[in-house]
Unconditional design. Structure first.
Length: 202
């Protein structure tokens, strides 16, 4: 086993995010263990379908699993929500249920008032999934989540576009006085899986 790292990946999605990932929950947990990660968050879109398999695998590998989900907030864009407590898990389930009501298949969309009513016990990661990078879109989230429960998420993939986005999101975090963090937006584990992911998400 690799030496334990101080890094925890908070942006992984599995094949339970339909057409968004090629990685199985168990593969994600195994790979994180092999890389020596301290913890891994599974944040599939609109559901917790992969969480039982993910948690079983993570515990078997001695990895700390973090339960999360990605969903859309009306007028704002896509965010990740991570559970901190049992109340957070209950609120997350409530939000997922509300997000699927009267929505087309494959869409999980909640209203801002619903997020406000069910935010306790959750940490919010927002950034790349916002409709556009703007103080206007991020401020309502900052009004709901305290600075210790909101972070601006970005990735740095060494492309010109990624670097420009990184600087904008870093400035947004500074403006809101909340942490900025980097995730890898993990949706595949090996280079050979990338062509399939491209086909699935094109």
């Amino acid at each position: 086993m690799c030496k334990m790292s101080h890094y925890s990946e908070l942006g992984a999605q599995s094949s339970f995010s339909f057409l968004r990932s090629t990685a199985e929950p168990e593969e994600l947990a195994r790979h994180a263990m092999q890389k020596g990660l301290a913890a891994l968050a599974l944040t599939d879109y609109g559901g917790l379908y992969g969480i039982p398999r993910f948690c079983r695998a993570a515990h078997s590998f001695g990895l700390r699993p973090i339960v999360g989900v990605s969903l859309d907030v009306a007028g704002i864009g896509r965010i990740r929500l991570l559970c901190e407590t049992l109340q957070g898990y209950q609120n997350l389930c409530e939000l997922i249920t509300k997000g699927h009501v009267n929505q087309p298949k494959g869409t999980c969309l909640v209203k801002l008032d619903e997020l406000r009513a069910h935010h306790q016990g959750l940490t919010c990661l927002a950034g790349k999934g916002l409709r556009y990078i703007s103080h206007t879109l991020a401020t309502p989230l900052a009004d709901i989540f305290t600075a210790s429960h909101l972070a601006i998420e970005t990735s740095l993939h060494l492309t010109r576009e990624s670097q420009a986005q990184f600087l904008k999101l870093k400035e947004l975090a500074e403006h809101l006085k909340v942490p900025a963090l980097i995730t890898n937006d993990v949706r595949h584990l090996h280079a050979k899986q990338k062509p399939l992911l491209d086909i699935m998400s094109c």
